[in-house]
Design a binder for this molecule. Structure first.
Ligand code: 5RP
Length: 271
Protein backbone atom coordinates (compact mmCIF):
# COMPACT_ATOMS: atom_id res chain seq x y z
CA UNK A 1 0.00 0.00 0.00
CA UNK A 2 1.35 3.43 -0.89
CA UNK A 3 2.05 5.75 2.02
CA UNK A 4 3.83 9.07 2.27
CA UNK A 5 7.28 7.49 2.09
CA UNK A 6 7.58 5.81 -1.31
CA UNK A 7 11.20 4.71 -0.73
CA UNK A 8 9.95 2.54 2.13
CA UNK A 9 8.00 -0.60 1.30
CA UNK A 10 5.83 -1.43 4.26
CA UNK A 11 3.11 -3.58 2.84
CA UNK A 12 3.99 -7.07 4.11
CA UNK A 13 1.67 -8.73 6.60
CA UNK A 14 3.25 -9.83 9.91
CA UNK A 15 4.57 -13.36 10.12
CA UNK A 16 5.32 -15.63 13.02
CA UNK A 17 9.07 -15.05 12.74
CA UNK A 18 10.31 -13.28 15.82
CA UNK A 19 12.03 -10.48 13.96
CA UNK A 20 11.85 -9.70 10.31
CA UNK A 21 12.86 -6.81 8.13
CA UNK A 22 9.76 -5.77 6.24
CA UNK A 23 11.06 -2.87 4.23
CA UNK A 24 13.95 -2.12 1.95
CA UNK A 25 16.82 -0.03 3.32
CA UNK A 26 16.24 3.62 2.62
CA UNK A 27 18.89 5.84 1.07
CA UNK A 28 17.15 8.88 2.56
CA UNK A 29 17.83 10.31 6.02
CA UNK A 30 14.48 10.57 7.76
CA UNK A 31 13.51 12.67 10.74
CA UNK A 32 12.45 10.99 13.95
CA UNK A 33 8.86 12.05 13.32
CA UNK A 34 8.92 10.50 9.84
CA UNK A 35 10.15 7.25 11.35
CA UNK A 36 7.32 7.38 13.91
CA UNK A 37 4.84 7.89 11.11
CA UNK A 38 6.19 4.93 9.14
CA UNK A 39 5.85 2.64 12.17
CA UNK A 40 2.33 3.96 12.83
CA UNK A 41 1.14 3.46 9.26
CA UNK A 42 2.54 -0.06 9.26
CA UNK A 43 0.60 -0.86 12.45
CA UNK A 44 -2.65 0.47 10.98
CA UNK A 45 -2.36 -2.25 8.32
CA UNK A 46 -3.44 -4.65 11.10
CA UNK A 47 -6.75 -2.80 11.51
CA UNK A 48 -9.84 -4.41 9.99
CA UNK A 49 -13.39 -3.13 9.68
CA UNK A 50 -15.57 -3.96 12.67
CA UNK A 51 -12.71 -3.92 15.18
CA UNK A 52 -12.71 -2.42 18.66
CA UNK A 53 -9.44 -0.49 18.82
CA UNK A 54 -7.34 0.79 21.72
CA UNK A 55 -6.06 4.19 20.65
CA UNK A 56 -2.67 5.08 22.14
CA UNK A 57 -1.28 8.37 23.32
CA UNK A 58 1.80 10.32 22.24
CA UNK A 59 3.47 11.67 19.14
CA UNK A 60 3.81 8.22 17.51
CA UNK A 61 0.30 6.97 18.32
CA UNK A 62 -1.06 10.28 17.02
CA UNK A 63 -0.02 9.28 13.49
CA UNK A 64 -1.92 5.99 13.85
CA UNK A 65 -5.08 7.76 15.03
CA UNK A 66 -4.86 10.22 12.14
CA UNK A 67 -4.41 7.36 9.68
CA UNK A 68 -7.41 5.40 11.07
CA UNK A 69 -9.54 8.54 10.73
CA UNK A 70 -8.33 9.00 7.16
CA UNK A 71 -9.16 5.38 6.22
CA UNK A 72 -12.63 5.79 7.76
CA UNK A 73 -13.22 8.94 5.74
CA UNK A 74 -12.05 7.19 2.57
CA UNK A 75 -14.47 4.32 3.26
CA UNK A 76 -11.57 1.83 3.41
CA UNK A 77 -12.48 1.02 7.02
CA UNK A 78 -15.91 1.00 8.59
CA UNK A 79 -17.66 0.02 11.76
CA UNK A 80 -14.63 0.87 13.93
CA UNK A 81 -14.99 1.61 17.64
CA UNK A 82 -12.07 3.40 19.32
CA UNK A 83 -11.22 3.36 23.02
CA UNK A 84 -8.87 6.25 23.73
CA UNK A 85 -6.10 5.94 26.33
CA UNK A 86 -6.17 9.62 27.33
CA UNK A 87 -8.27 12.75 27.17
CA UNK A 88 -5.88 14.08 24.56
CA UNK A 89 -6.38 11.07 22.30
CA UNK A 90 -10.13 11.26 22.94
CA UNK A 91 -10.12 14.82 21.54
CA UNK A 92 -7.95 13.86 18.57
CA UNK A 93 -10.11 10.81 17.76
CA UNK A 94 -13.28 12.92 17.86
CA UNK A 95 -11.64 15.49 15.58
CA UNK A 96 -10.79 12.83 12.96
CA UNK A 97 -14.20 11.16 13.17
CA UNK A 98 -13.49 7.90 14.99
CA UNK A 99 -16.59 6.67 16.92
CA UNK A 100 -15.61 6.16 20.57
CA UNK A 101 -16.55 3.92 23.45
CA UNK A 102 -15.00 2.67 26.70
CA UNK A 103 -14.07 -0.56 28.49
CA UNK A 104 -17.40 -0.64 30.35
CA UNK A 105 -19.26 -1.00 27.05
CA UNK A 106 -16.51 -2.88 25.18
CA UNK A 107 -14.54 -4.93 27.71
CA UNK A 108 -12.73 -6.89 24.97
CA UNK A 109 -10.48 -4.90 22.66
CA UNK A 110 -9.40 -6.49 19.37
CA UNK A 111 -6.24 -4.48 18.82
CA UNK A 112 -4.41 -1.61 20.49
CA UNK A 113 -1.74 0.51 18.83
CA UNK A 114 0.51 2.67 20.98
CA UNK A 115 4.02 4.08 21.27
CA UNK A 116 6.52 3.41 24.03
CA UNK A 117 9.39 5.18 25.73
CA UNK A 118 11.66 2.15 25.95
CA UNK A 119 11.59 -1.34 24.46
CA UNK A 120 13.94 -4.07 25.70
CA UNK A 121 15.02 -7.13 23.70
CA UNK A 122 12.18 -9.16 25.27
CA UNK A 123 9.52 -6.64 24.17
CA UNK A 124 9.03 -5.35 27.71
CA UNK A 125 8.24 -1.64 27.70
CA UNK A 126 8.49 1.56 29.64
CA UNK A 127 5.48 3.75 28.98
CA UNK A 128 3.97 6.83 30.54
CA UNK A 129 6.40 9.65 29.89
CA UNK A 130 3.36 11.21 28.28
CA UNK A 131 1.50 10.69 31.56
CA UNK A 132 -1.18 8.25 30.36
CA UNK A 133 0.19 4.98 31.70
CA UNK A 134 -2.82 3.96 33.80
CA UNK A 135 -5.44 4.14 31.06
CA UNK A 136 -2.94 2.70 28.60
CA UNK A 137 -2.31 -0.28 30.84
CA UNK A 138 -6.02 -0.86 31.46
CA UNK A 139 -6.93 -0.74 27.78
CA UNK A 140 -3.83 -2.49 26.41
CA UNK A 141 -4.21 -5.16 29.09
CA UNK A 142 -7.71 -5.86 27.77
CA UNK A 143 -6.74 -6.29 24.14
CA UNK A 144 -6.17 -9.43 22.12
CA UNK A 145 -3.30 -7.85 20.19
CA UNK A 146 -1.08 -4.99 21.33
CA UNK A 147 1.05 -3.48 18.58
CA UNK A 148 3.80 -1.15 19.79
CA UNK A 149 5.17 1.43 17.39
CA UNK A 150 8.55 3.05 17.90
CA UNK A 151 11.48 4.60 16.13
CA UNK A 152 14.78 2.89 16.82
CA UNK A 153 15.84 5.45 19.46
CA UNK A 154 13.47 3.69 21.89
CA UNK A 155 15.42 0.41 21.93
CA UNK A 156 17.33 -0.28 25.17
CA UNK A 157 19.34 -3.19 26.56
CA UNK A 158 17.36 -3.13 29.79
CA UNK A 159 14.40 -1.10 31.05
CA UNK A 160 15.51 2.10 32.76
CA UNK A 161 18.64 1.86 30.62
CA UNK A 162 18.02 5.08 28.71
CA UNK A 163 18.71 7.06 31.90
CA UNK A 164 15.33 8.71 31.40
CA UNK A 165 12.21 8.47 33.55
CA UNK A 166 10.43 5.30 34.64
CA UNK A 167 7.02 6.78 35.58
CA UNK A 168 4.92 5.67 38.53
CA UNK A 169 1.38 7.05 38.99
CA UNK A 170 0.62 7.69 42.65
CA UNK A 171 -2.16 9.27 44.70
CA UNK A 172 -1.41 12.90 45.63
CA UNK A 173 -1.93 12.24 49.37
CA UNK A 174 1.52 12.41 51.08
CA UNK A 175 3.31 12.09 47.75
CA UNK A 176 6.70 12.88 49.34
CA UNK A 177 6.35 9.82 51.55
CA UNK A 178 5.57 7.59 48.57
CA UNK A 179 8.38 9.10 46.50
CA UNK A 180 10.85 8.50 49.31
CA UNK A 181 9.71 4.88 49.72
CA UNK A 182 10.08 4.28 45.98
CA UNK A 183 13.58 5.74 45.98
CA UNK A 184 14.58 3.54 48.92
CA UNK A 185 13.23 0.50 47.13
CA UNK A 186 15.79 0.89 44.35
CA UNK A 187 18.64 2.34 46.41
CA UNK A 188 21.08 -0.26 45.07
CA UNK A 189 20.30 0.77 41.50
CA UNK A 190 21.12 4.40 42.40
CA UNK A 191 17.51 5.46 42.01
CA UNK A 192 16.44 9.10 42.23
CA UNK A 193 12.67 9.74 42.54
CA UNK A 194 11.30 13.07 41.31
CA UNK A 195 7.78 14.48 41.28
CA UNK A 196 6.80 15.33 37.70
CA UNK A 197 6.03 19.03 37.41
CA UNK A 198 5.12 21.41 34.63
CA UNK A 199 5.39 25.14 33.97
CA UNK A 200 7.69 27.74 35.48
CA UNK A 201 6.21 27.47 38.96
CA UNK A 202 6.84 23.77 39.10
CA UNK A 203 3.22 22.77 39.73
CA UNK A 204 2.66 19.01 39.99
CA UNK A 205 1.66 17.39 36.72
CA UNK A 206 -1.84 15.93 37.25
CA UNK A 207 -2.88 12.86 35.25
CA UNK A 208 -6.27 12.31 33.59
CA UNK A 209 -7.16 10.36 36.75
CA UNK A 210 -6.24 13.30 39.03
CA UNK A 211 -3.11 11.59 40.30
CA UNK A 212 0.56 12.61 40.41
CA UNK A 213 3.53 10.99 38.69
CA UNK A 214 6.84 10.12 40.33
CA UNK A 215 9.61 9.64 37.78
CA UNK A 216 12.28 7.15 38.81
CA UNK A 217 15.79 7.56 37.37
CA UNK A 218 18.20 4.65 37.65
CA UNK A 219 21.99 4.65 37.49
CA UNK A 220 22.17 0.85 37.25
CA UNK A 221 20.12 -2.07 35.93
CA UNK A 222 17.15 -2.76 38.22
CA UNK A 223 17.45 -6.54 37.68
CA UNK A 224 14.38 -8.76 37.92
CA UNK A 225 11.54 -6.76 36.37
CA UNK A 226 8.70 -8.82 37.82
CA UNK A 227 10.18 -8.47 41.30
CA UNK A 228 10.54 -4.71 40.74
CA UNK A 229 6.95 -4.49 39.52
CA UNK A 230 5.60 -6.38 42.54
CA UNK A 231 7.65 -4.28 44.93
CA UNK A 232 6.39 -1.00 43.46
CA UNK A 233 2.75 -2.13 43.46
CA UNK A 234 3.01 -3.22 47.09
CA UNK A 235 3.14 0.43 48.17
CA UNK A 236 -0.40 1.60 49.06
CA UNK A 237 0.18 5.06 47.59
CA UNK A 238 1.02 3.62 44.17
CA UNK A 239 -1.71 3.36 41.55
CA UNK A 240 0.30 1.83 38.68
CA UNK A 241 3.76 1.90 37.14
CA UNK A 242 4.97 2.33 33.58
CA UNK A 243 6.62 -1.08 33.09
CA UNK A 244 4.51 -3.07 30.60
CA UNK A 245 5.90 -6.57 31.02
CA UNK A 246 4.99 -9.27 28.52
CA UNK A 247 2.08 -7.21 27.16
CA UNK A 248 3.23 -6.33 23.64
CA UNK A 249 2.37 -8.92 21.00
CA UNK A 250 4.14 -7.08 18.17
CA UNK A 251 6.73 -4.31 18.10
CA UNK A 252 7.22 -2.32 14.92
CA UNK A 253 10.52 -0.47 14.80
CA UNK A 254 11.23 2.14 12.16
CA UNK A 255 14.89 2.99 11.63
CA UNK A 256 17.29 4.30 9.05
CA UNK A 257 17.68 0.79 7.61
CA UNK A 258 13.96 0.13 7.28
CA UNK A 259 11.10 -1.28 9.30
CA UNK A 260 11.56 -4.29 11.55
CA UNK A 261 8.71 -6.21 13.09
CA UNK A 262 9.10 -8.42 16.14
CA UNK A 263 6.37 -10.80 17.23
CA UNK A 264 6.01 -12.25 20.67
CA UNK A 265 6.19 -15.85 19.58
CA UNK A 266 9.60 -17.37 20.20
CA UNK A 267 10.99 -14.36 21.99
CA UNK A 268 9.74 -14.89 25.53
CA UNK A 269 8.45 -11.90 27.38
CA UNK A 270 10.57 -11.67 30.49
CA UNK A 271 14.19 -11.97 31.29
O1 5RP B 1 3.39 6.06 27.05
C1 5RP B 1 3.11 7.04 26.41
C2 5RP B 1 2.23 8.11 26.92
O2 5RP B 1 1.86 7.88 28.24
C3 5RP B 1 3.68 7.19 25.05
O3 5RP B 1 3.28 6.11 24.28
C4 5RP B 1 5.16 7.25 25.14
O4 5RP B 1 5.49 8.30 26.00
C5 5RP B 1 5.81 7.44 23.77
O5 5RP B 1 5.48 8.71 23.32
P1 5RP B 1 6.00 9.25 21.93
O6 5RP B 1 5.35 8.44 20.88
O7 5RP B 1 5.57 10.70 21.90
O8 5RP B 1 7.50 9.12 21.89
Amino acid sequence: MAIAFPHFIVSDKPTVESAIMVSKPSPVILTQDELKKIAAYKAVEFVESGMVLGLGTGSTAKHAVDRIGELLRLGKLNNIVGIPTSKMTHEQAVSVGIPLSDLDSHPVVDLAIDGADEVDPYMNLVKGRGGSLLREKMIEGACKKFVVIVDESKLVEHLGGSGLAMPVEIVPFCWKFTAHRLQLLFEEAGCVAKLRTFGENGKPFVTDNKNYIIDLYFKKDIGDLNAASDAILRHPGVVEHGMFLGMATTVIIAGELGVTMKNKQGLGSQR
